[in-house]
Design a protein around this ligand. Structure first.
Ligand SMILES: [Zn+2]
Length: 420
């Protein structure tokens, strides 16, 4: 069993530079490709499910965080920059630790009525948290990270459906990336009153019992974790056992009765009165960097076919093979399949070994005979035998596998049916 940092190094996915700083990993082109595929997948799926995407700034004045409560409860974890145009020692700009207060400002930019809700804002947000250097680790604990963040602003009669829809999205995403075996944890305020939590006992009771009711309705089993809530409300954590058997929180859905009031967010209800909406804070794939780390450990580097940065390596023999491989690469690229041609003057054995080291899911060997017959000889990662098939059959099969987000390619059954 290897740690994600070791796998990331071996597969050339990310780099830690002491000059850049602690907890600030740099993703290589290969690592960036995986994150880009994941982000596009999540963004497209969320838009399909009725989310609207926003782009909000990386930093804001301390005023914003004073309203949200982050200034009082979370300031030690934030990166602060003195604002030279404000009062010395009092005015700051701060890098954002989350996107909620920014999206709330977008909600506030115009009047809302009960008919405008729900509003589902999503953002692929870049966040900053000033973690102690001792706690930093690879892609799992960093000082800057990317979150699939979203806020659903809704009426009380919509909150149950919206919460369940957010949960269904989480389930769809976890299944698609192959992280199965998740369970639920209901994080409540517990015995603690005030302190790190917003002081509004009635709202806490109301939101904690609503979440419990919703969970009971789904019939899923869950565990209650007192003292694990967010400072503005209880949350449902989707828990996962990592490759080492350690419990991790993958994603969270939070129910928030408090922040709309603090920000003065309202909508006009059916009786014509302004009332505060409810807010669900949610993530659908969690922190991208950490999810990548968990995937690397879960699959021990052998990523699902649709996520592999380089899905296919083409290995030509002779000039004729090279021109066929180049043509095939262009064809695959037109269908969004990621491949490259290794035309180095190394032996075939050496080139196979190099592709194997990078855990590329599929190798395609094209020699003189294959090129003349319009065939390809394919070999899956970890297998010793090759299989010959018509180039057109191969292309159709592989483009479909990529489009359908196939986790593991199966070569024995389907392609052999079509050979010759
Ligand atoms: Zn939020």
């Amino acid at each position: 069993m290897k740690d994600h940092a070791q796998i990331g190094h071996e597969l050339d996915l990310f780099h830690l530079s002491p000059v850049v700083g602690k907890g600030l990993p740099l993703l290589t082109p290969r690592g960036s490709t995986i994150l880009r595929i994941l982000k596009r997948f999540v963004e497209d799926e969320e838009i399909r499910r009725g989310y609207e995407y926003t782009n909000t700034p990386f930093l804001a004045s301390d005023q914003l965080y004073r309203i949200s409560g982050h200034w009082d409860l979370y300031r030690d974890n934030m990166f602060l920059i003195p604002d030279n145009e404000g009062k010395p020692g009092e005015s700051f700009l701060a890098l954002r630790p989350m996107t909620c207060p920014f999206q709330f400002q977008l909600y506030l930019r115009k009047g809302r009525s009960y008919r405008d809700l729900p509003i589902r804002y999503a953002e692929t947000s870049y966040l900053f948290r000033n973690e102690a250097s001792g706690a930093l680790h690879g892609l799992i604990r960093t000082r800057q990270f990317t979150l699939s963040e979203g806020h659903i602003i809704c009426r009380p009669d919509q909150v149950a459906d919206e919460f369940l829809a957010a949960l269904a999205l989480v389930k769809y995403i976890t299944t698609s990336i192959g992280l199965s075996g998740c369970w639920y944890r209901l994080s409540t305020r517990g015995e603690e009153v005030g302190g790190k939590y917003i002081d509004d006992p009635a709202a806490w009771e109301q939101s904690e019992s609503l979440l419990q009711e919703l969970l009971d309705k789904t019939g899923e089993s869950y565990r209650i974790a007192p003292g694990e809530a967010a400072f503005y409300g209880p949350k449902l954590d989707i828990q996962y056992k990592d490759a080492w058997g350690r419990e991790e929180t993958l994603f969270t859905l939070q129910l928030d009765f408090a922040l709309a009031g603090r920000f003065g967010m309202t909508y006009i209800n059916q009786a014509g009165k302004p009332v505060p909406p409810l807010i669900i804070h949610r993530s659908s794939i969690g922190c991208y960097e950490r999810t990548l780390a968990l995937l690397l450990e879960h699959y021990q580097g052998q990523l699902p076919f649709w996520l592999a940065p380089e899905q296919i390596r083409l290995l030509p023999i002779t000039e004729l093979g090279l021109s066929a491989a180049t043509k095939l690469r262009e064809q695959l690229s037109e269908h969004g399949v990621r491949s490259s041609v290794d035309s180095r003057l190394e032996s075939l054995g050496r080139r196979i070994q190099d592709a194997h080291q990078l855990m590329i899911p599929l190798m395609v060997i094209i020699g003189e005979r294959e090129a003349v017959n319009d065939d390809v000889s394919i070999r899956l990662y970890g297998q010793k035998e090759s299989l010959t098939m018509k180039t057109a059959v191969f292309t159709e099969w592989i483009c479909q596998a990529s489009r359908l987000r196939i986790v593991h390619l199966e070569v024995q059954t389907k392609p052999t049916k079509h050979t010759h």
